[in-house]
Design a protein around this ligand. Structure first.
Ligand code: GDP
Ligand code: IMO
Ligand code: MG
Length: 429
């Protein structure tokens, strides 16, 4: 039976949460496989708005939800998010939430280090979410991390903590900060350990078993391909691999488990934080996109930068992530524009190129080549069938499909769960 991996095909905030929630109705479980609470996914269901950062978006429907080993987990952020959702009437129990016991933890000094580095970087800062994501992944790869399973053995953590604090104390000293208070850290961990452990298990076992029994797994990516640590706009990226291939390794399943890869792309482009953005519109077009699209970050409240759809970048995301079909979101935001732009290529120092270069200076130097398409004045907001879309909007979608070399499987026309047009069902493909 088909599984589906949902990934962002731009710089994040493409509307993954809405699409995952919508697809979760037909999934047996939803699995997060990378990132952490740097993600911010907004779900609108009737009168209710749910904001999720760490928990898989399936949790709102009660679909069994899994946090895979590829995620970095802040125990206090987890508890706060569960409490917030519980207050909104969502049930989060050890029956509905399963956390990989080999997840690396985000600790308070990771958050400190993220902020200290950003503050010291001036104009060169990455514009991170300051959640400690980068420093936590560094410790994981550096083989110093404390993991979920270690919470059951806090009394035996001595040598592990020695290595970890020696590393961080040296870094902190460089910033004029005091060493890590080990006793305070252990006390905080003791207080939260049982809560986290109540959800912990070897989820790879559970997932492999589910797969054998033909259960439908929906993988929920965070961020987007252009923030991928290898394929994105390095160094202005997040510290994980955001491509669909990570769904397997980040959950403990083989690569064959991934199935249909659904890339989520906005009908225009946004980015939050620093870094190159070829089609950015720092003018009234960008303002209008931002206002109509309510482009403010879910996690940090920062204003998102806005611009036209970049077909070169999305084509690249489709290729490196093996995207089978695209969900094109926020089409309604383009309603009423006289014309809409699509970037079809770049000019780099006089030469026309058809892909995004890897070098940071080249990425900053490319000039977009636009194709302007006549807009539409009818409303697409709330459309639930292809027949409800104006002819010009359909032309726009068809042109995007051609340029990115990938079919559109879904179209989203408002934040509301049901305002979604199904063109091709990812689960029965
Ligand atoms: P994610 O991080 O990819 O899950 O996306 P976010 O939730 O951070 O940002 C997407 C925003 O757009 C959210 O506020 C959604 O409610 C909203 N949204 C999603 N799809 C649509 C759509 O088709 N039209 C409009 N107008 N808003 C949408
Ligand atoms: P969702 O899942 C948009 C960006 C940050 C910054 C860079 C590195 O909601 O799409 P980090 O804190 O990860 O070290 O920050 O990545 N970023 C996101 N931008 N959506 C996200 O997640 C993001 N998560 C991180 O703004 O530029
Ligand atoms: Mg988001």
């Amino acid at each position: 039976m088909a599984n589906v991996a949902v990934i962002g095909a731009q710089w994040g905030d493409e509307g993954k949460g809405k699409i995952v929630d919508w697809l979760a109705e037909r999934a047996d479980m939803v699995v997060r496989f990378q990132g952490g609470h740097n993600a911010g996914h907004t779900l609108v269901i009737g009168e209710n708005v749910y904001k999720l950062s760490l928990l898989p978006s399936g949790i709102v429907r009660g679909t069994p939800s899994v946090i895979g080993n590829g995620v970095v987990l802040d125990p206090w952020a987890l508890k706060a998010e569960i409490e917030k959702l519980t207050a909104q009437g969502v049930k989060v129990t050890p029956e509905t939430l399963h956390i990989a016991d080999n997840c690396a933890l985000i600790l308070p000094f990771h958050r400190d280090l993220d902020a200290l580095r950003e503050d010291a970087s001036g104009a060169g800062k990455i514009g991170t979410t300051r959640r400690g994501i980068g420093p936590a992944y560094e410790d994981k790869v550096g083989r110093r991390a404390i993991r979920v399973c270690d919470l059951a053995h806090l009394d035996d953590l001595g040598p592990q903590l020695d290595r970890l604090t020696a590393h961080h104390d040296a870094l902190r000293a460089g910033f004029g900060e005091p060493p890590v208070d080990r006793e305070a850290l252990l006390a905080e961990l003791r207080e939260i350990a049982d809560f986290v452990l109540s959800f912990a298990k070897p989820v790879w076992l559970m997932l492999n078993d589910a797969r054998k029994r033909g259960r439908r797994i929906l993988f929920e990516g965070a961020q987007g391909v252009l923030l991928d640590v290898d394929h994105g706009t390095y160094p202005f990226v997040t510290s994980s691999n955001t491509i669909a291939g990570t769904a397997a390794g980040g959950s403990g399943l083989g690569p064959g488990a991934v199935g249909f890869v659904l890339g989520i792309a906005k009908a225009y482009t946004t980015r939050v934080g620093s870094g190159p953005f070829p089609t950015e519109q720092e003018n009234e077009i960008g303002e209008r996109l931002g206002t109509r699209g309510h482009e403010f970050g879910t996690v940090t409240g920062r204003k998102r930068r806005c611009g036209w759809f970049d077909a070169v970048l999305v084509r690249q995301s489709v290729a490196v992530s093996g995207v089978t079909g695209i969900a094109l979101t926020k089409l309604d935001v383009l309603d009423g524009f006289d014309e809409v732009g699509i970037c079809t290529g770049y000019r780099l120092r006089g030469q026309v190129i058809d892909h995004y270069p890897s070098n940071a200076a080249d990425q900053a130097a490319v000039e977009p080549i636009y194709e302007m398409i006549e807009g539409w004045h009818e409303s697409t907001a709330g459309a639930r069938s292809w027949a409800q879309l104006p002819a010009q909007a359909i032309k726009y979608i068809r042109r995007i499909e051609e340029l990115i070399q990938c079919p559109v499987a879904l179209v989203s026309t408002s934040p509301e769960r049901e305002d979604t047009i199904l063109v091709r069902d990812p689960f029965s493909d």
